[in-house]
Design a protein around this ligand. Sequence first.
Ligand SMILES: Cc1ncc(COP(=O)(O)O)c(C=O)c1O
Length: 364
Amino acid sequence: MEHLRIPGPTPLPDEVLQVMSRQMINHRGAEFGQILQGITAKLKQLFQTKDDVFLLTGSGTGGLEAAIVNTLSPGDKVLSVAIGVFGERFGSIAEQFGAEVIPLRFEWGKAADADAVRQALQAEPEIKAVLVTHNETSTGVTNDLASISSVVKEFDKLLLVDAISSLGSINLPVDDWHCDVAVTGSQKGWMVPPGLAMVSVSQEAWQAHAKARMPRFYWDFAQAKSYLEKAPPQTPWTPAITTVFALSVSLEMMLKEGLPNIIARHARVGKAARDGVKSLGLSLFAEESHASNTVTSVKSPDGLDTGKMLKILREEHKVVLAGGQQTLAGKIFRIGHLGWVTEDDIKTVISALKVALPQAGFKR
Ligand SMILES: Cc1ncc(COP(=O)(O)O)c(C=O)c1O
């Protein structure tokens, strides 16, 4: 079996694989309604929210677009806190839909600074919403969302959170941290294939929705809510039924393990990955105080041909890691460790790296 250690899609447990061979069912029938209701209740537990949670068919980026078009109007000022590729993407979506985006960028590899967010909000009182990535998958950095959130709420702004590679793996109490919309994607820590975005929507987000004038149709939260409240519960548009079957099983597994245990397992696995790469003489790209427990980014040292190393790992060890994105291509590589992962999986990666690194030019 291939050891897929990229930060999503992630490997699927056998129970999940099995349920995906199920025959189709009527997505407007009673059985689907029951599955959808069960999933929604379980997601609320794992999001740690009492507010609405919707299952949208699409990838995580669709969920980010939904967060924006459901809460904002063209011309609204938005603070876009970016620490990497995905933070930039969130801001770009808002810009495409006509928001006036004020970027607040931090050096890649570092976390966002809550005081800088405060200064930006003080400087621009008209800002309506703050966009922030909880876990920046491109750099392997987890922002201190609790601190950022408390600043955003000091100013009473909407907080829209890309939690695509954190929710369900890294602690994110959506209600306690006042996230107005939090977005995640099925192919990340949820142990299911790509195809679904899951979003939470706060009361404040609903108030913003009532006034928001950006164009929306497919992603309209009001449609998602009205169909979920039908008998039987439904989604407005045909959902990715097979991925829904998968999610129904994976959520049962997750609740059986328990959220605190899942979070602790990711913390152990993250530490094992960081300790492992350091033991090989490599350095982390992310500042260690904010290093992510779902993806570890590693600096490519001088002399290392990163592409060659990734090829050796893939072809000779069946270990699939991710390279760097955009300007980080060739400069870093990334180990994904979210979802169905244990410390043994990290040992496999580190052992393979130990062999492949010198073959690809790395000298300690
Ligand atoms: C933090 C983050 N945001 C956004 C995305 C985009 O999600 P998708 O590829 O599912 O559209 C990803 C996926 O890698 C991500 O990790």
